[in-house]
Design a protein around this ligand. Structure first.
Ligand SMILES: *Cc1c(COP(=O)(O)O)cnc(C)c1O
Length: 364
């Protein structure tokens, strides 16, 4: 008998999450130095963490022998103050990915379902399956979430609807009016989750937190991994009505948010200059990349975030060709988009190198 015959079948059926290829590994394989590799594969901040966050994290290392504040008192307080909610509305996560898992832990099982868009962030599907739930995938014409169709897909067994806004890997978003109309249609047994990992990059972000203050069953997720540049620290948070936040808190591990991450996140929250620099670099880089794709006659999806989905023909081949030249992008076969790659916005020099290498590969 194989060990899998004793395991939960829905876990055996899972494919593990495929992360962007790490710099060190690529450098080793190509015989290059890590500094020579350009990684535009995971929507990280090309400017790095905030200098203030780095200073706070260095200081926090001195207390590395102590368990972190499991209640995250200071950070949750600062997040609550920033968003005009109570501390009891805030739950910290080991990255916002953990919040996705905690929501599924609390609300999903074999008798329930989760609704998401066809090209939504892949982790929703992985987590739904991990808890044995049905994953209902709703078509997203033009790569934009169709909120009417998503509301139509809700049944008596639905517990969670995930709206990635803007979505990864498409970079598209839905606006506040669409969201308001959608929430008016959602029954009480369903929690609507807004995954706002790229919130800081938006020019006119919908105010989803106001729906929590107005008593809707809404959870808003944010992360320090993207605009704040703390992806390696694994720290994110959810804002939800107290009854939901309380459940999420019971489901999490006691020290899920480590002290160094909490220190870095707290300092990042207060460093709006670093976020402004990051957004400025991103606006310029996004315009450069999208302009470059247009010049080359490549279709792309107009992005609101810090990455672009671009149609290159054979996504796997372009990924491999660029990788061989030291530029890591993301192939999209896992999203059923084999003709596309997703490219994160880097520094000016990285973006230029990216288009140079893309040209070489497309000519080859
Ligand atoms: C990057 C990303 C996250 C953030 O994940 P962390 O666990 O916070 O690093 C969440 N949702 C989406 C859609 C993302 O693209």
């Amino acid at each position: 008998m194989s060990i899998q015959s004793f395991a939960n079948q829905f876990v055996c059926d899972l494919a593990a999450y495929e992360p962007g290829k790490p710099v060190e590994e690529t450098a080793r394989e190509l015989g290059l130095r890590p500094e020579e590799i350009v990684k535009l594969a995971s929507n990280e901040n090309p400017l790095g963490p905030s200098p203030k966050a780095k200073e706070s994290m260095r200081a926090a290392i001195e207390q590395g022998h102590l368990y972190p504040d499991g209640g995250g008192w200071e950070l949750r307080g600062a997040i609550a103050a920033k968003h005009g909610v109570e501390m009891q509305n805030v739950v910290l996560g080991n990255g916002s990915n953990e919040l996705i898992e905690l929501l599924c832990h609390c609300f999903l099982n074999e008798k329930t379902s989760l609704v998401a868009a066809e090209h939504a962030f892949v982790v929703y599907r992985l987590m739904a399956k991990l808890f044995g739930a049905e994953y209902k995938e709703v078509p997203d014409p033009g790569f934009i979430h169709d909120l009417d169709a998503m509301a139509d897909a809700i049944t008596a067994d639905t517990r969670l609807v995930f709206i990635a806004n803007p979505n990864n890997p498409t970079g598209t978003m839905v606006d506040g009016d669409m969201i308001g109309r959608f929430l008016d249609r959602i029954p009480d047994h369903v929690i609507t989750v807004f995954d706002e990992a790229y919130h800081e990059f938006l020019k006119d972000p919908p105010d989803t937190i106001s729906h929590i203050r107005n008593g809707k069953n809404v959870c808003v997720m944010r992360t320090f991994s993207k605009a704040q540049g703390l992806a390696s620290l694994r720290i994110g948070y959810g804002i939800a009505p107290v009854a939901i936040a309380d459940l999420l808190n019971r489901a999490r591990q006691p020290f899920n948010a480590n002290a160094i991450a909490q220190a870095g996140a707290l300092a990042s929250l207060e460093d709006s200059e670093h976020v402004a620099r990051t957004v400025e670099n991103n606006d310029a880089g996004l315009a450069f990349l999208q302009g470059g794709f247009a010049q080359r006659g490549l279709s792309y999806v107009d992005s609101k975030a810090n990455f672009v989905l671009v149609e290159v023909g054979d996504g796997d081949a372009v990924f491999a060709g660029m990788l061989a030249r030291g530029v890591i992008v993301r192939a999209m076969r896992g999203y059923k988009l084999p003709e596309w790659v997703r490219i994160s916005v880097g520094t000016k020099a990285e973006n230029e190198r990216c288009l140079e290498v893309l040209d070489e590969v497309l000519k080859a």
